[in-house]
Write a protein that binds this ligand. Structure first.
Ligand code: ADP
Ligand code: MG
Length: 241
């Protein structure tokens, strides 16, 4: 894998005359997990799409820079908030979509190994319509993990999973993406508390950092410092404007 850069987003965004977020600076450390937490509508998905270089409809006035000075967007793997699976492809076809779109030969063995690790091997030849919401979300996660990119942007990647599968998938993603620069958008304080090397709260007043405990992610589900941090984050979210 190419060296994972740090990323900084600085600026404001508005829809015409309607502001989305006030001037903010989001620092995403190289090779670590940064979590972006905030209420619905605060602009989290927009920030991910800006970093990924995708259409947002927003007027963004600012800069997005990598610590090595090179462009960010071409080095990004992006998992959208909706799964964006192609209905006519089966699970393996969707997981290997990136390679197909680049006219490369997909690494089917690697895809199958990943599908297996995500607990989907018996569904490998099913189409999205034959899967549950949680299974579909894991296919989208597998597709993102297949892309061997130094920067990974995940928009609520575990939101449709049951509690047990969610904990498993958080651990699998942390292991698979170790050393990469990850920005995770979540509305779940417990998820940010388990996974974040850095945690930022976004609300209409801007971005506030909330320093996580000294223990390293992935923090154990019964880590007392993690649970206290989760409670602080929930309190902050409830107070957010
Ligand atoms: P989040 O991911 O934090 O829920 P989003 O980035 O998806 O937030 O959206 C931020 C806000 O921008 C939402 O309130 C949404 O309704 C609004 N929005 C999205 N697209 C447009 C648009 N084209 N014009 C005006 N407002 C929009
Ligand atoms: Mg969103």
């Amino acid at each position: 894998m190419a060296e994972a850069p740090g990323i900084e987003l600085q600026g404001t965004a508005r829809f015409g005359a309607v502001p989305l977020f006030a001037p903010l600076t989001l620092r995403i450390d190289a090779g670590a997990w940064s979590c972006l937490l905030g209420p619905s509508g605060s602009g989290k998905s927009t920030i991910l799409r800006l970093i990924a270089g995708l259409e947002t409809g927003v007027d963004f006035d600012g800069t997005i820079t990598a610590s090595d000075g090179r462009p960010v967007a071409p080095r990004v793997a992006y998992m959208a908030q909706t799964d964006l699976l192609l209905p006519w492809l089966d699970v393996l076809g969707n997981v290997t979509l990136g390679a197909r779109l680049r006219a490369e030969t997909p690494d089917l063995a690697a895809a199958m190994a990943l599908v297996d690790r995500l607990g989907l091997s018996e569904h490998a030849h099913k189409r999205p319509a034959q899967l549950s919401g949680g299974q579909r979300q894991r296919v989208a996660l597998a597709r993102t993990l297949m892309e061997d990119r130094p920067v990974v942007l995940l928009d609520e990647p575990f939101s449709a999973l049951d509690a047990r599968t969610r904990a498993d998938m958080q651990e699998l993603a942390a292991e698979t993406l170790a050393g990469r620069t990850v920005l995770l958008v979540t509305h779940d304080p417990g998820e940010a508390a388990r996974l974040g090397h850095r945690v930022c709260l976004l609300d209409r007043n801007g971005l506030v950092e909330s320093p996580p405990p000294a223990t390293l992610p992935v923090r154990a589900v019964d880590d007392a410092a993690m649970l206290a941090f989760q409670a602080r984050l929930l309190t902050a979210l409830r107070e957010a404007g």
